[in-house]
Design a protein around this ligand. Structure first.
Ligand code: NAP
Ligand code: HSE
Length: 452
């Protein structure tokens, strides 16, 4: 009997949530900002649907906030709100702690405190999972509770559970995609409506897509956290201190988006990881993506994650990557799983738990084609000279064009598409060309993504 029970647990079969018959499932919420409010609203709207599916009412018992007087997007009883974390964490009636405060601290300490007293945890916080996932999962394992984080990657797009459960029999060689809704929204609005980056970001903030500190979106840190979580799940590798090639969209100019369109590409903030010869190469960077590819069609707040598997073949997961409702969808799915005792594959979780922080490479160390936008002196043979000098450094080009610059008759803009080369070789070539005066300014360098 015991052996059967253990086997069932290992395989992730359901085990009923232990609570008094007739009692509600109590949630202790840490945070009632965009996501917390969206969750309370969705739980309210879905009361009738959830009760029979969970087997009891689901209610929010207490909510931790910083400011009791702040206006909230949804009216809750004043008595529900507290500024004392212990009111949530030490309440014996709270079954599941849902952490939607964001940030590394004190979210980490609150999650660990909840685990310590035997509470299950559901979180949307990619930063805390990416930086401390191994420790959190180890503690949860020790205390026999679940920690679930579907909402931490790609908002409403199911990706954590499919990777751990539905694709558990597969060898995954690469995972890449768009995992930040804010930057994808900004790039789409800039490319399609000609908005400035700041205007598009303000819209994304109003729609509830951006982080409390939007520099985390624009600078690529949010996507790096999500990619780090995906690498742990897929390759069992935790990227120590999020060391990976990381470049945000802040260096992109409207001109880069125009050049991309002229050349048949869209520009996307890509998060990509690939296992080559036992090394996991990962990185977040703005990329030129061929217009006909599936990823290029992913606009606005949509996210998309492409997974290459050996048994199931290539898969594409896509949908709304940010915003209160899609995030609530992912949080509620995790809450329901915990309530019903449904575990994700513990074997795969163990891979993430014991994964080595070694054998990690930078995506920039893998060769790719690159787009270069340069400013050079307007003199005869300028294109030939740029191409020859790049070639002297081992960087061959497949295409080059020049354009007069509106306010200069002594300088021109040169756009080059290189053949496959390492980013380091391209950068060496450009810095030598700058030293020699052959290039006056480097406008931008972007990796060109391979179509699949
Ligand atoms: P938010 O709007 O800034 O809300 C944060 C909430 O946490 C606020 O209610 C705040 O209280 C509370 N809080 C923060 N620090 C606290 C502290 N030290 N003590 C007590 N309460 C504290 O953030 P959000 O957009 O909802 O995001 C929350 C988390 O979900 C983040 O980890 C984010 O990355 C993740 N996420 C967001 C989205 C999205 O679309 N926005 C999607 C998926 C995942 P006050 O209201 O009193 O200030
Ligand atoms: N700021 C994040 C984004 C929220 O824009 O993708 C979802 O994780």
């Amino acid at each position: 009997m015991l052996a059967e029970r253990v086997a069932a647990d290992e395989a992730g079969y359901t085990r009923p949530f232990v609570r008094d018959p007739g009692r509600a499932l109590n949630i202790g919420l840490l945070g009632m900002g965009v996501v917390g409010t969206g969750l309370i609203q969705a739980l309210h709207a879905k009361t009738a649907l959830l009760q029979p599916r969970v087997g009891c009412p689901v209610r929010v018992k207490s909510v931790l906030v910083r400011d009791l007087d702040k206006p909230r997007g949804f009216q809750v009883a004043r008595g529900l709100l507290t500024t004392r974390p212990e009111d949530v964490l030490n309440d014996p009636e709270v079954d599941i702690v849902v952490e939607v405060m964001g940030g590394e601290h004190p979210a980490l300490e609150y999650i660990l405190a909840a685990i310590e007293v035997g509470k299950h945890v559901v979180t949307a916080n990619k930063e805390v999972v990416a930086r401390h996932g191994r420790e959190i999962l180890a503690r949860a394992h020790h205390h026999g509770v679940q920690v679930r984080f579907e909402a931490s990657v790609a908002g409403g797009v199911p990706i954590v559970a499919p990777l751990l459960r539905d694709l558990a029999a597969n060898e995954i060689t690469s995972i890449r995609g768009i995992v930040n809704g804010t930057t994808n929204y900004i790039l789409s609005r800039m490319a399609q409506q000609g908005l400035e980056c700041g205007e598009a970001l303000a819209e994304a903030q109003r729609l509830g897509y951006a982080e409390a500190d939007p520099a985390k979106d624009v600078g690529g840190m949010d996507a790096a956290c999500k990619l780090s979580i995906l690498c742990a799940l897929v390759f069992g590798v935790w990227t120590k201190d999020l060391e990976m090639h990381r470049q945000g969209i802040n260096g992109l100019a409207r001109r880069d988006l125009e050049c991309a369109r002229e050349l048949g590409y869209a520009v996307k903030l890509m998060a990509s990881a690939k296992k080559v010869g036992g090394v996991v190469y990962s990185g977040v960077y703005p990329a030129f993506v061929p217009e006909g590819s599936a990823i290029a069609q992913v606009d606005g707040v949509l996210n998309a994650v492409e997974v290459e598997t050996d048994l199931a073949g290539p898969l594409l997961f896509t949908g709304q990557g940010a915003g209160p409702s899609p995030t609530a969808s992912a949080l509620i799915a995790d809450i329901m799983d915990v309530a019903l005792g449904t575990k994700l594959s513990t074997k795969a979780m163990r891979g993430a738990l014991h994964g080595e922080a070694a054998k990690v490479g930078r995506m920039a160390d893998l060769e790719a084609e690159h787009y270069l936008r340069l400013v050079v002196a307007d003199r005869p043979q300028r294109l030939t000279e740029v191409r020859r000098r790049l070639s002297d450094h081992g960087v061959e080009s497949s295409f080059a064009m020049f354009r007069e610059l509106p306010q200069s008759d002594s300088k021109v803009e040169v756009v080059v598409m290189t053949r496959r080369a390492k980013l380091a070789s391209v950068q060496q070539a450009l810095s030598a060309m700058q030293k020699a005066g052959a290039v006056l300014e480097v406008g931008n360098v972007c990796r060109v993504e391979e179509a699949r």
